[in-house]
Write a protein that binds this ligand. Structure first.
Ligand code: ZN
Length: 68
């Protein structure tokens, strides 16, 4: 898998009660966790703005709803 320079992360917006997307810059890439159902990445371990973070993405089967 190519190392992404940007990740379209998804997160739950409590105020809007909906999923929101946000592009995150990747400074360093440290791997991902794959979905146990479709084996696509469901979260990425990255460094952005000097901080280590886990960002969630939508996987192929959108099991994310149940996952969070
Ligand atoms: Zn999946």
């Amino acid at each position: 898998m190519d190392i992404p320079t940007e990740i379209n992360s998804v997160y739950w917006d409590e105020e809007k009660k909906s999923w929101q997307y946000k592009m995150i810059n990747v400074e360093e890439y440290h791997g991902f966790v794959e979905c146990q159902y479709c084996h696509k990445p469901i979260s990425h371990n990255i460094k952005t703005d000097g901080e280590f973070k886990v960002v969630y993405v939508k996987c192929g089967c959108s099991r994310l709803r149940g996952f969070l």
